[in-house]
Design a protein around this ligand. Sequence first.
Ligand code: AHG
Length: 377
Amino acid sequence: MCIIIELANLYLINGSKTQNYRLPHLSLLSIRRHKSYTFTSIMNKKIVTLDEFIIRRQKEHDDATGSLSRLLRDIGIASKIINREVNKAGLVNILGVEGSENSTGDMVQKLDIFANEKIIEFLSMSGECAAIVSEENEDIVKLPAVNGKKANYVLVMDPLDGSSNIDVNVSVGTIFGIYKRKSEFDREIEIEDCIQAGLELVASGYVLYGTSTILVYTTGHGVNGFTLDPSIGEFCLSHSDMKIPASGNYYSVNQGYYLKFDLEMRRYIDHCSDLNLRLRYIGSMVSDIHRILFQGGIFLYPNTRKYPHGKLRLLYECNPMAMIVEQAGGKAITCGLERILAVPVSNIHQKVTIAIGSPDMVDEMKKFVERYSAVNA
Ligand code: AHG
């Protein structure tokens, strides 16, 4: 009986093709009542963990060395550690405020700094990553060779996006992208190895620490999502081959800046409002785009007077999210109508404007820009 309930509480996989069989909070009785999930059908399903999925995918590529797979697995483990700390954030008054000592004598850190250090620390030991570009570090962080082995990959990341949400118990996320270094292995890694357009990404993903924790990633062959089952401490395949709806009912923008937006953006936002679209803005790009990936919609961060080039970072926020959304069938462009993934990168903390989400909605926004920026000119 325990086995059945345990299995039923996970997302169940039929062979290699995932069915989104989500059976939360099941009792044995409710399993019996649920005609389509008989004992035999449940026992025949197999849970696919993130590690297993990554290994399976690696085997599909004859030339794969396993290095990218190991790096992805390491990111999965690091995100479990971050998840544990994010979940404890509400205990901050018990454990101590930032800058104070906690009960074990350690200094209490801001969670975004903690997440940054954990990922760097973890990847330093793995030997699969040569350098990290992080929102939290002014310069690139060069990682040492492990056992004399020089690494082939560069990680770009926002370790904890939307960190202002933490204090109020609202979702935050980690965004990551992986590039191959440009220079030869025997050369010391340099900043030039990290300055690459989004089109060069070999993998990207995000982890959303929400009502449940979900890791979504792509290596350029579709998008798959894995939900963390806290009872076994594993990310389990829950959403295979994710596809974004062509259109949706949501738009996501900080409408408080409305008067600071250019005319074309104001007209497009008026249009969304005229259509009675639902405005949702969490203030964490990962969370807002995650909703749109599932339910359809558009996320916008245009230029304002305060942020003439937009606020979000191209290399480690917009590019990885653009790769995910494009792989799911969506679109991502700047408010100047350039494809995000093709925007040339000139510095690691470069900012960019963004419109991202359902393809039909991004196309529609594009028409507003074409029409009203001509009026402005
Ligand atoms: P931060 O990680 O500093 O909290 O920034 C979050 C980012 C992004 O995730 C979010 O969409 C945007 O900034 C929110 O900015 P505004 O508060 O200007 O709307």
